[in-house]
Design a protein around this ligand. Structure first.
Ligand SMILES: [Ca+2]
Ligand SMILES: [Ca+2]
Length: 235
């Protein structure tokens, strides 16, 4: 979304340089300044949720986790904010107004940006590594947004989350879980939330993930009533 502005600066810079050159060299500005290639806009991250395949590999792998996210951040705070220490209040702080209604079309506030990425688990399958993405950041929050498409409604699912440190999840604007008890290292399946529904068509997932210090990542998957993992296929 910054592309038009950036490419305008790029163009102006090139044209200015070209104007300087043209004083001494017979070069037409149009020839010296080919149009900058348009940077690709981040596209809305959509994945398809498919019913569990009973014949599939029973061990968890990358296909069982939501790995494609649009991440809005970072929202930085200070070590002494939110009472210091484990800073649990950061987990319930709204870093952007109406966080439950956040969509990929929400403009990024100053100092933040949207990054769309298909993550690859580094520590183990399913890890969405924000510490690596933000170069070892501490005292920060992000909102990770994903759109999950279902051909048919999927009811009575269990949502399995893990996080370093805190995580809150909204599905279609409704809060379904929050972990804000204590700083922790992450693993998959740390939190179990039963009775989750994915509706037919598009589902908007918003996960707020907060880091105090140290590692910063999360895990996100669903299973059905038979405890078989829902398959997630990024488009
Ligand atoms: Ca960190
Ligand atoms: Ca941490």
């Amino acid at each position: 979304m910054q592309t038009p502005f950036l490419s305008m600066i790029h163009r102006v810079t090139i044209l200015t340089l070209a104007a300087g050159l043209s004083a001494s060299m017979p070069v037409r500005a149009e020839e010296a300044a080919p149009a900058a290639p348009a940077a690709s806009e981040p596209t809305k991250p959509i994945s398809d949720a498919l019913p569990p395949d009973p014949e599939a590999d029973p061990f968890l792998n990358e296909e069982h986790f939501v790995m494609q996210w649009a991440v809005l951040g970072p929202f930085k705070f200070a070590a002494e904010d939110f009472g210091g220490g484990d800073q649990q209040e950061a987990a319930t702080h709204e870093f952007i107004p109406n966080e439950a209604d956040l969509t990929f079309d929400t403009p990024a506030p100053e100092g933040t940006s949207w990054i769309v990425k298909k993550f690859v688990g580094e520590a183990q399958p399913g890890q969405v590594n924000l510490e690596a993405m933000y170069d070892g950041i501490d005292h920060a929050a992000v909102y990770a947004v994903a759109y999950i498409h279902c051909d048919k409604a999927m009811e009575n699912l269990t949502l399995w989350t893990g996080s370093d440190d805190y995580i809150t999840v909204w599905i279609n604007g409704k809060k379904v879980m929050s972990y804000d008890a204590k700083r922790r290292g992450s693993d998959w399946d740390q939190d179990q939330t039963q009775g989750v529904t994915l509706q037919q068509g598009e589902n908007r997932i918003v996960a707020k993930v907060v880091d105090v210090v140290g590692g910063y990542d999360f895990y996100f998957r669903f299973s059905n009533a038979d405890d078989l993992p829902v398959m997630i296929k990024p488009r």
